[in-house]
Write a protein that binds this ligand. Structure first.
Ligand SMILES: [Zn+2]
Length: 136
């Protein structure tokens, strides 16, 4: 059995594109950026930022890659549903609410909790699907 050590850039980009289409967030602004995380949804600008730092990803990074992309896509879904400016307002309100309650503005933020649950819940399904499709 051959175990692939790296996922090619083409396959990586294809997985991202499949996910964006599946969750109907292709219309959300996307920007390529050099950064440590695989993806980041920028609430201030309504932009889904994708890292250019990893041309390929290691097989051992697939779980983190999928969780991160799904987490950020969940923010993009909220942004699409409310409109990104309205989502920015709601997100900031939530941060201030958590701060006022002496809680953590990210860790206790309902949008962050929902996005993380979404990533944790869905990554295995997508890993299986991408494996079957020969992308992993
Ligand atoms: Zn988040």
């Amino acid at each position: 059995m051959i175990i692939k050590e790296f996922i090619s850039q083409t396959n990586k980009n294809q997985m991202i594109s499949i996910l964006l289409k599946h969750y109907r967030v292709e219309s959300v602004k996307v920007k390529q950026k050099s950064m440590k995380d695989h993806a980041h949804y920028n609430v201030d600008t309504g932009t889904l930022e994708l890292s250019t730092r990893y041309k390929t990803i290691k097989t051992s990074q697939v779980k983190q890659f999928l969780i991160t992309i799904l987490h950020e896509i969940n923010h993009a879904m909220d942004a699409k549903m409310f409109g990104w400016k309205k989502f920015k307002e709601k997100y900031e309100y939530e941060m201030n609410l958590q701060i006022a309650n002496d809680k953590d503005e990210y860790k206790d933020n309902k949008y962050e909790i929902a996005a993380e649950e979404f990533g944790q819940k869905m990554w295995k399904f997508w890993k299986g699907k991408f494996k079957k499709d020969g992308l992993l």
